[in-house]
Design a protein around this ligand. Structure first.
Ligand code: AMP
Length: 204
């Protein structure tokens, strides 16, 4: 059993459609594993809020529901993974999002003599995701059109990563269409970590 206080480290990719609750899951898992949750979406939103050159470049793209180009994202991720807190591992939430990004990550890992431990796919049916997103209604940009566009971009550009990582024996699939604490329990169990409070759900 891993020690929750120290964590044992791991390199994990969290994959799944927009709105599947990946961010929430990432926080819990990272706490247990003692690694930072690295959300490229959060990093870009911070850049936009801070009015940095990167932020100015990506603002319109993000608002439209499209993806920022792979070269820009490669710079963002390379810099972030070189920071000391990523030394014992990390959980990537929102990266990679395209096959070229997956190859970039593979290159970063290869250069460091490292491997991924797992790619977790949190899956939720698209109609349920759109329903949740509309309920949340974050801002003026979150129209049904933009929400649907994000789902389409996921299907076309990101979903191919499922096969890519399955082929490499890294994919672990988790049904995300269930209560959040059940999803958490299943995820922790995958890593041999005990959630402690929800044994029944973990066994489901
Ligand atoms: P997220 O919070 O992960 O849904 O990201 C919000 C937005 O940031 C996305 O809709 C994209 O416009 C942009 N973004 C985040 N991560 C990436 C990535 N890996 N590649 C391209 N664009 C990204």
């Amino acid at each position: 059993m891993a020690d929750a206080a120290s964590g044992r480290g791991a390199r994990v990719v969290l994959l799944g459609p927009p709105g599947a609750g990946k961010g929430t899951q990432a926080q819990v898992l990272c706490q247990h594993l003692g690694i930072p949750a690295i959300s490229t979406g959060d990093m870009l939103r911070e850049a936009v809020a801070g009015g940095t050159p990167l932020g100015n470049k990506v603002q319109g793209i993000m608002a439209s529901g499209a993806l920022v180009d792979d070269a820009t994202m490669a710079d963002v991720v390379r810099d972030r993974l070189a920071k000391p807190d990523a030394g014992r591992g990390y959980l990537l939430d929102g990266y990679p999002r395209t096959l070229p990004q997956a190859e970039t990550l593979a290159g970063i890992l290869r250069d460091a003599g490292q491997d991924l431990d797992a790619v977790l796919l949190v899956d939720v049916p698209e109609d349920e995701l759109v329903r949740r997103a509309l309920l949340r209604g974050r801002g003026p940009d979150d129209t049904e059109e933009v929400i649907r566009k994000r789902q389409r971009v996921y299907r076309e550009k990101t979903a191919p990563l499922i096969g890519y990582y399955r082929q490499r024996g890294l994919l672990r699939e988790i049904d995300g269409n269930r209560p959040i604490e059940d999803v958490t329990a299943v995820m922790l169990r995958l890593f041999g970590l005990d959630h402690g409070t929800n044994h029944e759900a973990a066994g489901a």
